[in-house]
Design a binder for this molecule. Sequence first.
Ligand SMILES: [Zn+2]
Length: 140
Amino acid sequence: MMFMTISQPQPQTRLCPACKAAVPLTEDMVVAMWLEDGATVEQIHAGDCPDYLDHQARLMESVERTRQKEERARQLFPDAHARFQAALQSLPAEQAAGPFAAALAELVSIQAGRFFGNGGFVILPEWADILDRHFPATGR
Ligand SMILES: [Zn+2]
């Protein structure tokens, strides 16, 4: 019988240049972990470490920006999609190209870039922007 062990690589521990906190952990310390080149890195900080607090603040700002983009997209998408549908349905059958082809070409181009890059998908804010650009609301 053969046994296989799945080894979990140990995280690399990196000393914080600001607070230089190290093991043993105490209650007022925090451990930050992240992935870097596929490896887990951990860094111990004093709870009031300026580097840690700055990093947390930037993280929260990034989360807030993402939330705002998502919210804007959720507002933009339904109407942009409706305009897309209306434009599509109003076309004579022999004339189905124009902005549809341009919007599709842009979406495919972005998705292809992701496919050959990090493998992500075109996200809702991008869909909403592309539809809004190719099928703009009238009167603005
Ligand atoms: Zn620190």
